[in-house]
Design a protein around this ligand. Structure first.
Ligand code: GLN
Ligand code: ZN
Length: 753
C-alpha cells in the first residue's frame, strides 16, 4: 500500500510577518494591484511547502492557503456565491472579496466561528435553487504550482457534508444538506481533474462530525463517501475528522470505501480506544493526530507514541499527524526573542510541530529517532517552579461553596437601589469609548520608551476625564472610564497576571486579514498587584455618578489565550477567578460601586457535543461566581455578552447570578427577550438598542420603540438601556449623537411608565 506517511492537516497562511494581511489590506486600499497580491500569496505558499519538505514530512498539504477563508474558497470553487456578488460585474478576485467583506448594496456573507476555535469562517448561503458547478480551479492551480517547485502535494478541501452543514439556508423549511446529491457530482468532477493532473492523495475535511449528528447527517456521510469513492478516476481519499472524536462518524468512515482516515487523538484522550476497536479500519491507513494542532505545547513523545502504537495492527498503516490544521497556532517559536527562555523551551509553534511529527513518525517506524530533547522539555515543564505556585494551590483547595454564592437577588437589589438611587430604565454603556489616535499613540510611545510612565498616565487621565465629562453631559446614569489604557480586553489582564507569557510574533488568523496574538497561560495564575484600580479610582473621583469598574471574566480570559494542558480548564479558570475576585475587592475599597465582569466568550467554549455541556457550564459558572461573589450586597455586578442567540447557554447565563446582564439585541430586534422572559430570567437585563457594528446613528424613536417592546417583557425597574457592545471601534462623530438619542429614548419611555 502506498501510504501517506507523516503529515500535517494544514498550515498557517497569513505569513510569519503577516505578509498576507498587509498585502490584502494594500490591495483593498488600491495601493497594489491584483498581480502583486497574488505574488504575495505565491511566495507564502512556496515558503510553506519548501519548509515542510525540508523538514522531512512524507506528505505535504496544498490548498490550505486562502486569500480570506477556506469555506468561502469552497463556495467559490463550486460556483455557489450568491447572485448579489456574482452580478456585480467584478473580477473573480473582487467578487470573492465582495462576498467576504461586502460592498454597497451587497452586504457580506455572515461570519461565524469555525467550530470551537477562534477562527471565523464565512457562511455560505444555499437554497433549493442553488446549482453547483466546478467553476474554480484553486486546488488544481496550487497543486501545479507546488509541482513546478518539484514538490508533490496532497490537495485539501472542505468535505461535502461539512460544507453543507456549515451553510445557511436561504429558504424556510429547506436544509442545505438536501443539496448533497447536487454537490457530489461537482466534487467527483474535481477529483477526476485532480487525478488527471497526477494527484495521488486528496484530503477531505469533515470536522462537523466532532459534534452530535443526526442519523440523516450520518447517512449523508455514508452516501457522500460511497459516491465519491465509486468514481472511476480519482485520487486516493483521506477523510479528516478533527476538533474531537468522530463519534458514530468513525464507523461510517471505516465502512466507506475510502483509503485513509485522520483522527484527532488529542482533544478527546479516550478516542484512541474507539479507533483501536474499530475493526473496519483494517484495510485503511490511519493518521494518528497526536500532535496538538490547536495549542502551543511541545508534545510528550511517550504519550503520543503510546497512542499511535495502540493503533498498530488495527489498521493497514498508521502514520503520525497533527490533530487538526496548524492554522490555529503561530508560525515559529524561534522568532520569539523576549519570551522567558525556560517557558520558550516548552513551546512548539507550527514549525516545531512539523518537526515533532517527523520525529514521532520515525520513532513509530522504529527508525533512528532521538527523543531525549523532547522528553527533557516535557519533564522540565512538569517540574518547573514557574508552573506551580503552592500559595495558589492552597487558596484553591480552601475554596468553600459559600465563596461562589451571594445573598438572594432581591436583598442585593434593594441594597443596591438604596446605594445607587438609579431611575427606572437606567442608561449605561458597555465599557470602551472610541480609541482616538492620541490614545493609540500614547500606548505605542510608552511601549517604545518615547513616553515615560508619568507622561502616559497624564495622557490617559486627560482622556478619562474627557470621557467622564462627555457622559455627564449626555446624561448617562452609570458611567465608564472608557478603557483607553487597554490594547485588548484579555491581553491587558494577561500582561499583569503571573502565570501568563506574551509573544511578539505569535499571530494567529482570526478572520480575513484580522489576526490575534493570544497570551500563553503556562502556570498557576496570581495577581501580583491591582490591575485596574488606579484608573477606576481616578475615574470615580471625577464624578458623583457611579463609574463602573471594568474587568474581563475568567472564561473569556481562557477562551482567548493558549491555555495549559496539564490540568483541567476548570482549575485554571478558578485560579483566574481568584485573581479577579481580589481585583473586585480592591475596586470596592477604592470607592467603585458597580463592577462589570465581561464574559463575551461564554458561548465560545461550549463543547461541540451536548454530553460535555453540563460539565462545562458547571466550571464556567463556578469560575464567574467565584470571581464576583466576594462583592458586597451594595455592589452591583454587571456582566456582558456579545450575542443574541442564547439557546443552550441561557441557563448558564442565569446561573451566573449577575445583577445586570447586557446583551446584543439591536440587530435581532429584541427577540432575545422572548428567550429571557420565557426562561424566567429575573434580574437586571440590558438588551442593546444601538448596533455598534454599523456606522449608522439610530434615531430616538427607533430606540424608544425597541425599549417599548422590551418593557413588555421586562419590568422597567429591571430594564437597562445600553448599546450592544463597546464603542472602541467607532468614532465620536457617530457615538456622541447616538448616545444622546439613546438617553433621550430612555427618558421618553421612562416618562410613559
Ligand atoms: N468592556 C468591553 C468593551 O466595551 C467589552 C468588549 C466585548 O464585549 N467584546 O470594549
Ligand atoms: Zn460585547
Amino acid at each position: 500500500m502506498n501510504t501517506i506517511g507523516t503529515t500535517i492537516l494544514g498550515s498557517p497562511r497569513i505569513g510569519p510577518d503577516r505578509e498576507l494581511k498587509r498585502a490584502m489590506e494594500r490591495y483593498w486600499a488600491g495601493r497594489i494591484d491584483a498581480a502583486e497580491l497574488l505574488a504575495a500569496g505565491r511566495s507564502l505558499r512556496t515558503r510553506a511547502w519548501t519548509g515542510q519538505r525540508d523538514a522531512g514530512l512524507d506528505s505535504i498539504p496544498s490548498g490550505t492557503f486562502s486569500h480570506y477563508d477556506h469555506v468561502l474558497d469552497t463556495a467559490e470553487l463550486f460556483g455557489a456565491l450568491p447572485e448579489r456578488f456574482t452580478s456585480l460585474g467584478l473580477s473573480p478576485l473582487d467578487t470573492y472579496f465582495a462576498a467576504a467583506r461586502g460592498v454597497q448594496d451587497a452586504p457580506a456573507l455572515e461570519m461565524t466561528k469555525w467550530f470551537d476555535t477562534n477562527y471565523h469562517y464565512l457562511v455560505p448561503e444555499l437554497g433549493p435553487d442553488t446549482k453547483f458547478t466546478l467553476t474554480g480551479s484553486k486546488p488544481l492551480d496550487e497543486y501545479r504550482e507546488a509541482r513546478a517547485l518539484g514538490i508533490e502535494t496532497r490537495p485539501v478541501l472542505v468535505g461535502p457534508v461539512t460544507f453543507l452543514l456549515l451553510a445557511k439556508s436561504t429558504a424556510p423549511g429547506f436544509a442545505p444538506l438536501e443539496l448533497l446529491d447536487e454537490l457530489l457530482p461537482a466534487y467527483a468532477e474535481l477529483l477526476r481533474r485532480l487525478r488527471d493532473e497526477g494527484v495521488e492523495w486528496v484530503q477531505l475535511d469533515e470536522p462537523a462530525f466532532a459534534g452530535d449528528r443526526t442519523n440523516a447527517e450520518l447517512n449523508a456521510l455514508t452516501r457522500a463517501y460511497h459516491v465519491l469513492a465509486k468514481a472511476q478516476d480519482r485520487p486516493k481519499i483521506l477523510v479528516a475528522g478533527y476538533f474531537g472524536g468522530l463519534g458514530r462518524g468513525l464507523g461510517v468512515l471505516a465502512r466507506s470505501p475510502i483509503e485513509a482516515v485522520a483522527v484527532d487523538l488529542v482533544t478527546d484522550q479516550s478516542f484512541v480506544d474507539a479507533v483501536a476497536a474499530e475493526g473496519a479500519l483494517r484495510d485503511k491507513e490511519v493518521l494518528a493526530g497526536v500532535v496538538d494542532g490547536r495549542n502551543v505545547w511541545r508534545t510528550d513523545p511517550d504519550r503520543a507514541l503510546e497512542k499511535a502504537r495502540k493503533l498498530l495492527g488495527t489498521a493497514a498503516a498508521v502514520s503520525v499527524s497533527t490533530s487538526c490544521s496548524l492554522l490555529h497556532v503561530p508560525y515559529d517559536v524561534e522568532r520569539e526573542t523576549s519570551l522567558d527562555a525556560r517557558v520558550k523551551g516548552w513551546l512548539a509553534f507550527a514549525r516545531q510541530k512539523v518537526d515533532e511529527v517527523v520525529l514521532l513518525g520515525r520513532a513509530l517506524r522504529e527508525e533512528d529517532a532521538d527523543l531525549a530533547a523532547a522528553r527533557g522539555a516535557v519533564a522540565d515543564r512538569a517540574t518547573a517552579t514557574e508552573v506551580t505556585d503552592p500559595r495558589v494551590r492552597e487558596r484553591l483547595a480552601a475554596l468553600r461553596p459559600e465563596d461562589a454564592a451571594r445573598p438572594p437577588y432581591e436583598q442585593r437589589a434593594a441594597a443596591q437601589q438604596a446605594e445607587l438611587g438609579l431611575p427606572p430604565l437606567p442608561t449605561t454603556t458597555i465599557g470602551s469609548f472610541p480609541q482616538t489616535t492620541d490614545v493609540r499613540k500614547a500606548r505605542a510611545a510608552l511601549r517604545s520608551g518615547e513616553l515615560d510612565e508619568a507622561g502616559y498616565v497624564a495622557t490617559m487621565h486627560t482622556e478619562i476625564e474627557r470621557v467622564v465629562r462627555l457622559q455627564e453631559e449626555l446624561g448617562l446614569d452609570v458611567l465608564v472610564h472608557g478603557e483607553p489604557e487597554r490594547n485588548d480586553m484579555v491581553q491587558y489582564f494577561a500582561e499583569q497576571l503571573d502565570g501568563f507569557a506574551a509573544t511578539e510574533s505569535g499571530w494567529v488568523q482570526s478572520y480575513g486579514s484580522r489576526c490575534v496574538r493570544p497570551p500563553i497561560l503556562f502556570g498557576d495564575v496570581s495577581r501580583p498587584a491591582p490591575m485596574t484600580v488606579p484608573w477606576a479610582r481616578y475615574a470615580q473621583q471625577l464624578s458623583e455618578k457611579p463609574v463602573k469598574g471594568m474587568l474581563t471574566g475568567p472564561v473569556t480570559i481562557l477562551a482567548w489565550s493558549f491555555v495549559r494542558d496539564d490540568q483541567p480548564p476548570a482549575e485554571t479558570a478558578l485560579q483566574v477567578a481568584l485573581a479577579i475576585r481580589d481585583e473586585v475587592a480592591d475596586l470596592e475599597a477604592a470607592g467603585v460601586r458597580v463592577v462589570q465582569v465581561d464574559e463575551p466568550a461564554l458561548r465560545e467554549l461550549l463543547p461541540l457535543r451536548a454530553a460535555g455541556h453540563e460539565a462545562y457550564f458547571a466550571w464556567a459558572v463556578r469560575a464567574f461566581r467565584v470571581a464576583t461573589s466576594g462583592a458586597a450586597d451594595t455592589t452591583q455586578v454587571h456582566t456582558h455578552m456579545c450575542y443574541s442567540e442564547f439557546g443552550e447557554v441561557l441557563p448558564a447565563i442565569d446561573a451566573l447570578d449577575a445583577d445586570v446582564t447586557s446583551i446584543e439585541a439591536a440587530r435581532s430586534k429584541m427577540e432575545v427577550l422572548d428567550d429571557l422572559s420565557g426562561a424566567g430570567f429575573a434580574r437586571g437585563v440590558g438588551p442593546g438598542v444601538y448596533d455598534i457594528h454599523s456606522p449608522r446613528v439610530p434615531g430616538v424613536e427607533e430606540m424608544a420603540d425597541l425599549l417599548r417592546t422590551a418593557v413588555a417583557a421586562v419590568p422597567a425597574g429591571r430594564l437597562w438601556v445600553n448599546p450592544d457592545c463597546g464603542l472602541k471601534t467607532r468614532g465620536y462623530a457617530e457615538v456622541s449623537p447616538a448616545l444622546e438619542n439613546l438617553v433621550a429614548a430612555a427618558r421618553q419611555v421612562r416618562a410613559e411608565q
